[in-house]
Structure formats: structure tokens, C-alpha cells
Design a protein around this ligand. Structure first.
Ligand code: HEM
Length: 269
């Protein structure tokens, strides 16, 4: 008498499907129950491929990173989308900019909402990037092999601050003009370079139309593109460095102490 269990219709259909050429052309690995297949799953999927094949279990915990890097990225995307919306209404002209913003708040559908989303996301991004940097420092994740990514991170931090600074001038209200006047007056104190830094920033000897145009181009094109480029390098490096750094492995002394405790426990029994 045969002991081979009979396959039901569903099993047969599933088997036919996974053995079909269409299925095998998309999924090029078996069921992920072996280390090899698990690696192939990670490498063969465009989204999973963003992660390294193996990551530290500890580093995956939300309480380890607080997702501050992820939140910063989310805010950057939100700022890009809401920023493009604002670009349809805003003209970087000293005679028009202030009125544009007033009209955006009162006469444009969802204008007030989108403008505030852009403003709040900008403030939050400065906070989240700063917290992310503090978290990375606290965990010592700037140490080799991640020191290059730390340097990229410092550039990201500076660009985030510059995005915030350039955006502040755009409404062309009193607080914007005077805040940028005060802020740019720090530039001549830059070591060695001094005055040229002020000239490059302000495009003249005071905050004027040329400054507004320069800040606008920096805010909507130059800085976001640079940030996006550096983010690509940042994410690529995270992947190559094996994902977020987990806690350091136990030292030899800790391992020996652990082994002694186990041995003492066994001797007592
Ligand atoms: C636009 C700003 C930034 C974005 C969107 C971003 C995004 C991310 C993401 C998603 C991660 C994965 C782990 C996590 O979420 O913590 C990460 C890791 C990392 N980031 Fe950033 N980051 C930014 C700025 C910075 C800054 C300012 C620094 C430091 C100066 C930095 C240094 C690092 C390092 C060293 C890692 C690896 C951390 C580890 O291995 O534990 N990043 N970043």
C-alpha cells in the first residue's frame, strides 16, 4: 500500500505556479529557509536590496535608532513635494514676494495648509537631523568603517541648515529681511576668506533683490540637488557598511566572565 499523501488541488496549482517560467523569471530563488535562499531573497528584490544581506538584530530595534534618519528622509521628501506646490505661486521679486505669500494664505486652495506643512517640516527636519547626529555620536557609529559616512553626514547637516537659512528670507517680510541681515553679517568674520564669503552670500553690500534671487535659486535648486546627491551616497554607504552599527561585540573579558558564570552554575547543580 502506498504511503505517499495525495496532493490536493491547491497544492498542485501552487506547485505548477512556482515552477512556471513566468514565476521563475521574477523570483529566482527557492523558499527562504536556508541561508543561501535568504541571501538570494534580499539580493533579488529591489526594495529589500536597499538593506545589507545580514543586519544586527539589536540595530533593527526602533529604540536603537529612533528612526531619526528615516524621519529626516521622510521630511525631505515632504518638503520637496510641498515646495514644488509653493513654486507655482511664489515669485522671487521684492515687489511681489510678500503679497504672493499673503495671497497663498488667503486665496489659494490648500495654500495655507501646504505653506504651513512646508514650514513645520523644515523646522522638524533641523530637529530630526540634529537628533540623528546625536544618536550616531552616542552609539559611536562614526568610528571605522563608518567614518566616511560621518563626514557625508556633517555635510548633510550643514546643507540642512543652509536650506533652512535660505528659505527664511523668501517671504520677504520684516523678520526675514532683518534676520538674514544679521545672519549674513556674520560672514565677514569667516577666517581667512572673510569678505568674499559675504559677497557670495548676499550678492552686494546689503540684502537686496539680488540676495533674494540668489537665496531662491540656492533654496529650490542648488541645495536640494546637492542634498539628494549626498543622500544617495549616504544610503549607499550605510548599505555597504552593513546597515546601522549594532552594539559592539562582547569583549574577551566579558566572554570569559560569562563562561565562568555558566561553569559555576553547572558545578552547583
Ligand atoms: C538629511 C539628513 C540625513 C538623513 C536623511 C539621514 C538618513 C540616515 C538613515 C536612514 C540612516 C539609517 C539608520 C538610522 O535611521 O539611524 C542613517 C545612518 C547614519 N547616518 Fe544619517 N542621515 C542624515 C544626516 C546625518 C548626519 C547629520 C550625520 C552625522 C554627522 C549622519 C551620520 C550617519 C551615520 C554615521 C550613519 C550610520 C549609523 C549607524 O551605523 O548606526 N547622518 N542616516
Amino acid at each position: 500500500m502506498s504511503t505517499v499523501p495525495k496532493k490536493n488541488l491547491l497544492d498542485t496549482a501552487t506547485q505548477k505556479l512556482v515552477e512556471s517560467q513566468v514565476w521563475r523569471s521574477i523570483f529566482r530563488h527557492g523558499y527562504p529557509d536556508t541561508p543561501l535562499n535568504q541571501s538570494l531573497v534580499m539580493m533579488g528584490n529591489v526594495f529589500l536590496h536597499l538593506h545589507p544581506v545580514k543586519v544586527s538584530r539589536q540595530a533593527m530595534r526602533i529604540t536603537y535608532t529612533w528612526c531619526m534618519g528615516g524621519i529626516s528622509f521622510f521630511l525631505f521628501l515632504l518638503l520637496t513635494i510641498t515646495g514644488v506646490f509653493l513654486m507655482f505661486y511664489y515669485v522671487p521679486d521684492t515687489n511681489l514676494a510678500y503679497t504672493n505669500i499673503q495671497q497663498l494664505n488667503s486665496a489659494v486652495y490648500f495654500g495655507h495648509l501646504v505653506r504651513n506643512m512646508h514650514r513645520w517640516a523644515a523646522h522638524l527636519m533641523v530637529v530630526s537631523v540634529t537628533l540623528h547626529m546625536i544618536r550616531v555620536f552616542y552609539h559611536g557609529a562614526y568610528k571605522p568603517p563608518r567614518e566616511f559616512n560621518w563626514v557625508i553626514g556633517v555635510l548633510l547637516f550643514i546643507i540642512t541648515l543652509f536650506l533652512s537659512f535660505t528659505g527664511y528670507l523668501l517671504p520677504w517680510d520684516q523678520i526675514a529681511i532683518w534676520a538674514i541681515t544679521v545672519g549674513t553679517n556674520l560672514a565677514p568674520y569667516t577666517p581667512i576668506l572673510g569678505n568674499p564669503v559675504y559677497q557670495v552670500l548676499v550678492a552686494g553690500s546689503a540684502v537686496t533683490q539680488s540676495t533674494l534671487l540668489r537665496f531662491y535659486v540656492g533654496h529650490v535648486i542648488f541645495l536640494p540637488l546637492l542634498l539628494a546627491l549626498l543622500l544617495a551616497v549616504h544610503f549607499w554607504r550605510i548599505r555597504k557598511d552593513g546597515g546601522a552599527a549594532g552594539p559592539p561585540p562582547p569583549s574577551r573579558r566579558e566572554l570569559e566572565a560569562r563562561a565562568e558564570r555558566v561553569a559555576a552554575g553547572a558545578a552547583r547543580q
